[in-house]
Design a protein around this ligand. Structure first.
Ligand code: IPE
Ligand code: IPE
Ligand code: MG
Length: 241
C-alpha cells in the first residue's frame, strides 16, 4: 500500500557512502562492503517502488574514485557487471527504467555494453526511474556540457556570441530527462557533496545520516522522506507565497 505522504520529492539523489567502513568494522575486505552495498540498492529500489517515488539517482562511482587502488576499482566494476547480469531481469519486470549519468571515457567496453543494455531493455518502463551515476562528477559533466554546446552552436551556425541560458545548457547535462533534485541523502556521517549533481541540487534539501550504506533500509528512507515533508521550501522567495 502506498502511504499518504503529502510532500514526496520528485527526485531523490543518494550518495551511498560507507561501504568500506562497514566491511572494515566487520573484519571483511572492502569488496564485501561493496557487495553488501549492492543488496542495499535492491532494498532501496523496492522501497522506492512501494512508496511511489518517481526518480532516484544513485552515486555509484565518481570521477575521483579512480584515485583508489586498482584492486578496489576492479572489484567495484566486476561487481557492477555481475549486478547487471543477475538483476536486470527482475528490475525490468518491476517496471524500473535504468539511466546512466557519467562520462563514457575510461569505462571498459564490457562495462559500457552492460550499461547500454540495461538502459535499452528498460527504456519504456515508467514505474520508477533509477539513474546510476557511474564515472560521474559534476565538474566533468558541466565542462563536457559546455564543450558540446559550443560545438553544436558552431556546427549549426547558431547562437554565435549569444549568452548561454540555463535551459540551453541543461540539454547537454547527463540528467537532461530528470527534474531537479528535491532531496539529497548522504549516508555514513560525511557532510559534503563530493562533486555530485551540483547544478541539479541547487535547491535540494540536504539530509545527512550516520547509517552506513549497507545498513540503509526502508526505515532509513522513510525517515529521510518524513524529514523532507516537514521542510519549508522557498526557492529564494518568501514563505506561503
Ligand atoms: C561508497 O563507499 C562506495 C563508493 C565510493 C564506490 P566507500 O567505499 O566510499 O566507503 P568508505 O567511505 O570508505 O567507508
Ligand atoms: C562519494 O563517496 C562517491 C560515491 C558514493 C560513489 P566517496 O567516499 O568517494 O567521497 P569522499 O572521497 O569521502 O568525499
Ligand atoms: Mg566513502
Amino acid at each position: 500500500m502506498v502511504p499518504v505522504r503529502p510532500k514526496l520529492p520528485r527526485h531523490v539523489a543518494v550518495i551511498m557512502d560507507g561501504n568500506g567502513r562497514w566491511a572494515t568494522a566487520k573484519g571483511l575486505p572492502r569488496s564485501q562492503g561493496h557487495r553488501a552495498g549492492a543488496d542495499a540498492i535492491d532494498r532501496l529500489m523496492d522501497a522506492s517502488l512501494s512508496i511511489g517515488l518517481e526518480n532516484v539517482s544513485l552515486y555509484a562511482f565518481s570521477t575521483e574514485n579512480w584515485r583508489r587502488p586498482i584492486t578496489e576499482i576492479r572489484s567495484i566494476f566486476d561487481l557492477l557487471v555481475e549486478y547487471i547480469e543477475s538483476r536486470l531481469e527482475p528490475i525490468a519486470e518491476k517496471g524500473i527504467r535504468i539511466l546512466h549519468s557519467g562520462s563514457r571515457k575510461r569505462l571498459s567496453a564490457k562495462v559500457l555494453s552492460k550499461i547500454d543494455k540495461a538502459v535499452e531493455v528498460t527504456r519504456k518502463n515508467r514505474n520508477l526511474t533509477v539513474n546510476f551515476c557511474l564515472n560521474y562528477g559534476s565538474q566533468e559533466e558541466l565542462l563536457s556540457a559546455f564543450g558540446k554546446l559550443l560545438e553544436d552552436r558552431q556546427k549549426k551556425r547558431i547562437g554565435r556570441g549569444k549568452p548561454v541560458s540555463a535551459k540551453e545548457l541543461e540539454k547537454y547535462l547527463y540528467t537532461y530527462s530528470l527534474p531537479p533534485v528535491d532531496l539529497l541523502i548522504r549516508t555514513a556521517g560525511e557532510q559534503r557533496l563530493s562533486n555530485f549533481l551540483l547544478w541539479q541540487s541547487a535547491y535540494a534539501e540536504l539530509f545527512f545520516c550516520d547509517t552506513l550504506w549497507p545498513e540503509f533500509d526502508r526505515k532509513s528512507l522513510e525517515s529521510a522522506l518524513d524529514w523532507f515533508a516537514g521542510r519549508t521550501r522557498k526557492f529564494g522567495g518568501l514563505e506561503n507565497e
